[in-house]
Design a protein around this ligand. Structure first.
Ligand code: UDX
Ligand code: ADP
Length: 483
């Protein structure tokens, strides 16, 4: 089913619309607030508002520019199908603003989805989660609340954060009752709307006290508006928090496993696609997340594994921590090998060679570049004094920000043909659909010779490109060269 087909016109409520779009009537059953209008908060709240006309959904963020974009036609994130969902509810029961205080005061249920990046300073730097935004939010909730609230932990957080949240909220001097729930988000970028519309499961963790169970039911009721009950799983808070980290660690582990084997395939006559296909047919293994690549990226995988590692080390589980950390190490190795392969193939020098990166986002269908392998690759190529041309249909603005201040010659061109023209090598870093079917004859004739193509995502027809004249270097298969 296409995304547009999935989006039904939702509801038509009566009531007079004020000029600013807010309804004057008070027909809403409950008011939901989401603090943090990012990749998680924005799409999730848009879906809840779209599916639950009886709830008013306010989304606040400290970043006024982001809020202005949510209120415009130019949304701050690119996500297929998101625009239609936002438009269907915005100004009716979905509102974006910077007024955190008002938002907190009028809400019954507060979702917290502020950013929790990996710490870059102090104890646990490079590994533990940086909880400064999260803790500020907890203190704001405590300060402005004058009625009981359900607090829903949506950001991915270290296990036991809900307990810390509870402690801040209920510290002496505040009589308002807060019930903290954990409701981890499993949506993946690029498919967020589909994942929200038909999730594999929704997980709600709560205290197992009467108040906790009551709050849990309140949240379950919201999701049950469109998700079958048997897909809504409930558990205690710790299981819920840990499940999020473990799900991401398992997914990332599959990619690191297949990427590790891809290196072996490159040295032998095995083909990683054939191996992946063969093992994926084993129903115990399954066929998803077995695409060998230049390495995984994104805001979650590395961060969550490192969180898990930090947690295990904290409990003295050194071997367990080392086991999971190796998933990240293999990923780093995969990115390093890709660049090394380019260097070796191109006669051990990249100085002043023009290299075109096709794709900069960490995966297709998103403009997000957090932890993208492309950034590592770009920096390494610049270290080798290569001249970079970066192309991506959605991520060029983020690429510019990421590479700001980095020394070297970089050009940004959205058109892949212009980007490839005159280059010695093209490296496909993101699996954008359009890269599969470019006119590679045209690209080949516009390039310097010998022309190299490094396919970091195994998305093109390697044999065909070899026939055109390219020297082709896939992932996990022997190279096809004319030398
Ligand atoms: C992930 C989880 O999938 C999601 O459930 C969680 O909520 C957040 O983290 P996301 O980071 O958006 O989602 O993207 P995902 O589709 O999981 O891909 C992560 C990275 O792995 C991307 O760089 C992708 O290109 C790479 N990948 C994925 C592979 O290299 N090979 C694969 O087979 C699958
Ligand atoms: P994620 O991928 O987890 O959604 P993002 O970085 O996309 O992460 O979004 C997190 C959002 O949270 C950002 O837009 C940021 O401005 C916002 N934010 C951080 N701290 C606060 C706060 N105290 N109050 C409101 N919004 C906040």
């Amino acid at each position: 089913m296409g995304i547009t087909a999935m989006i039904r016109p939702t509801f038509h409520m009566s009531g007079i619309k004020k000029e600013n779009g807010e309804r004057m009537d008070n027909k809403f059953k409950k008011t939901i607030l989401c603090i943090g209008a990012g990749y998680v908060g924005g799409p999730t709240m848009a879906m809840i508002a779209h599916k639950c006309p009886q709830y008013k959904v306010n989304v606040v963020d400290i970043n006024p520019e982001r809020i202005d974009q949510w209120n415009s036609d130019n949304l701050p994130i690119y996500e297929p199908g998101l625009h239609e969902i936002v438009v269907s509810a915005r100004g009716i029961n979905l509102f974006f603003s910077t007024d955190v205080e008002k938002g907190i005061k009028e809400s019954d249920i507060i979702f917290v989805s502020v950013n929790t990046p990996t710490k870059t300073f102090g104890v646990g730097a490079g590994m533990a989660a940086d909880l400064q935004y999260w803790e500020k939010t907890a203190r704001q909730i405590r300060k402005y609340s004058d009625s009981p609230k359900i607090i829903v932990e949506k950001s991915t957080l270290p296990v036991k954060t809900a307990q810390a949240m509870e402690r801040i909220l209920t510290a002496k001097g505040k009589s308002v009752h807060f019930e903290v729930l954990s409701n981890p988000e499993f949506l993946a970028e690029g498919t967020a709307i589909k994942d929200l519309e038909t999730p594999d499961r929704i997980l709600v963790g709560s205290n197992e006290t009467p108040e906790g169970l009551k709050a849990r039911e309140e949240l379950v009721k919201i999701y049950a508006e469109w998700i079958p009950r048997d897909r809504i799983v409930t558990s205690n808070i710790w299981s819920s928090e840990l499940s999020k980290l473990v799900a991401n660690a398992f997914l990332a582990q599959r990619i690191s496993s297949v990427n590790a084997i891809s290196r072996l395939c490159e040295k032998t006559d095995a083909d990683i696609n054939e191996v992946s296909y063969a093992i994926g047919m084993d129903s115990r293994i399954g066929n998803k997340f077995l695409n060998a690549s230049v390495g995984f990226g994104g805001s979650c995988f590395q961060k969550d594994i490192l969180n898990l590692v930090y947690l295990c080390r904290g409990y003295g589980l050194t071997e367990v921590a080392d086991y999971w950390e190796s998933v990240v190490r293999i990923n780093d190795h995969q990115k390093e090998s890709f660049v090394l392969n380019m260097l070796t193939a191109m006669f051990n020098t990249l100085a002043e060679k023009r290299i075109c990166l096709l794709g900069f986002a960490f995966k297709a269908d998103t403009g997000d570049t957090r932890e993208t392998p492309a950034l590592y690759i770009a920096k390494q190529l610049l270290e080798e004094n290569a001249e970079l041309v970066i192309s991506d249909p959605k991520a060029l603005e983020n690429a510019k920000k990421d590479l700001k201040g980095v020394n070297g010659k970089i050009t940004y061109l959205e058109d892949p043909y212009e980007a490839a023209s005159g280059s010695h090598a093209v490296a496909i870093v993101t699996e954008w659909e359009e890269y599969r079917n470019l006119n590679y004859d045209k690209i080949y004739s516009s390039m310097q010779k010998p022309a190299f193509l490094f396919d970091g995502r195994n998305v093109v027809d390697h044999e065909k490109l070899y026939q055109i004249g390219f020297n082709v270097y896939p992932i996990g298969k022997p190279a096809l060269t004319h030398f």
